[in-house]
Design a protein around this ligand. Structure first.
Ligand code: OGA
Ligand code: NI
Length: 291
């Protein structure tokens, strides 16, 4: 099966806990504007509450509100951006992040095993202070749904992204053989995709899929993306076992500073140096849901 994108259903996180995570997001976005403004992102910063970051004059803005936070490591949390309201916001996000950290490990090991590599080979590149960014996305109903996107086409700059989708409203699409394909909602599933950093570490065997979000005129939609990645300032590159005579190194070593991460996002990810072939690899331990 193709495996740059999948829905994981026995991830070990209770449906009732996922509900709590959705709830803190909803309670935050429903706060009065003045209250949310306390957490406003500052210019030239990435963290905090706000909308699409403007990096160029002719950029089309995404139809979305976001709250962007460093969730892990805990000592890098910038608590001035963490909502005080709802009061359990921090407790729930902390608990969710540590659960997602475990999911991340399972997935990275499974990816390695599926290539007959030593199972820690990707995780080793994470370093000792792996990073996790949380992005709460709120897409209000849009009066011009055919003219605007919730999120423009992009690939994630993460190693992997774990997305908690809205319970009822679809919107995510992924580019497959030049067609946009909708990602359905599966109850209690986590939608997981590999990002640019795994594309690089796997020397292009796994592809970081291009995806986008459409909006609709009637319903709002909320999601939470957790971007799991190595500690910043750490060099990552293709793992040794995947550089062979038949498959030479396709990527240089890269350091994913947050700045790079964001510019990369606006420019559509590492596609400019990606190869075109794709591969099929089975995941062993996780149950995969597939349309
Ligand atoms: C993202 C993303 C998808 C969604 O935040 O990078 O692709 O459905 N989100 O909100
Ligand atoms: Ni994305």
């Amino acid at each position: 099966m193709m495996f740059d994108w999948f829905q994981a259903i026995n991830h070990g996180i209770d449906g009732s806990f996922l509900e709590k995570v959705r709830e803190i997001s909803k309670l935050f976005f429903k706060l009065p504007a003045d209250e949310k403004k306390k957490y406003l992102r500052e210019e030239n910063d990435v963290e905090g509450y706000g909308n699409d970051m403007v990096l160029s004059e002719n950029q089309t803005l995404d139809w979305t509100d976001r709250l962007y936070l460093t969730a892990l490591p805990q000592d890098q949390q910038r608590l001035q951006f963490w909502p005080q309201n709802p009061t359990n916001f921090r407790e729930i996000l902390d608990e969710y992040s540590s659960k997602i950290q475990l999911v991340n490990e399972v997935v990275l090991k499974a990816l390695a095993r599926s290539l007959n590599l030593e199972e820690d080979c990707f995780l080793n590149q994470y370093g000792t202070t792996a990073k996790m960014q949380a992005r709460f996305n709120y897409y209000p109903p849009c009066p011009w749904p055919e003219k605007v996107l919730g999120v423009k086409p992009h690939a994630d700059g993460s190693a992997i992204t774990v997305l908690l989708q809205d319970k009822e409203v679809e919107g995510l699409q992924l580019l497959k053989d030049d067609q946009w394909v909708g990602v359905p909602i599966v109850p209690d599933a986590l939608t997981i995709n590999v990002g640019d950093q795994i594309e690089i570490m796997s020397n292009g065997i796994f592809k970081s899929p291009v995806h986008r979000v459409f909006v609709n005129s009637k319903n709002e939609r909320m999601t939470l993306a957790m971007f799991c990645m190595p500690q910043t300032e750490k060099d990552i590159g293709p793992v040794d076992g995947l550089i062979t005579n038949e498959r030479p190194r396709l990527y240089k070593n890269v350091t994913f500073t947050l700045d790079f991460f964001f510019k990369n996002y606006q420019q559509g990810g590492c596609k400019s140096f990606a190869v075109s072939s794709s591969s099929s690899v089975p995941l062993t331990n996780l149950k995969i849901w597939k349309a």
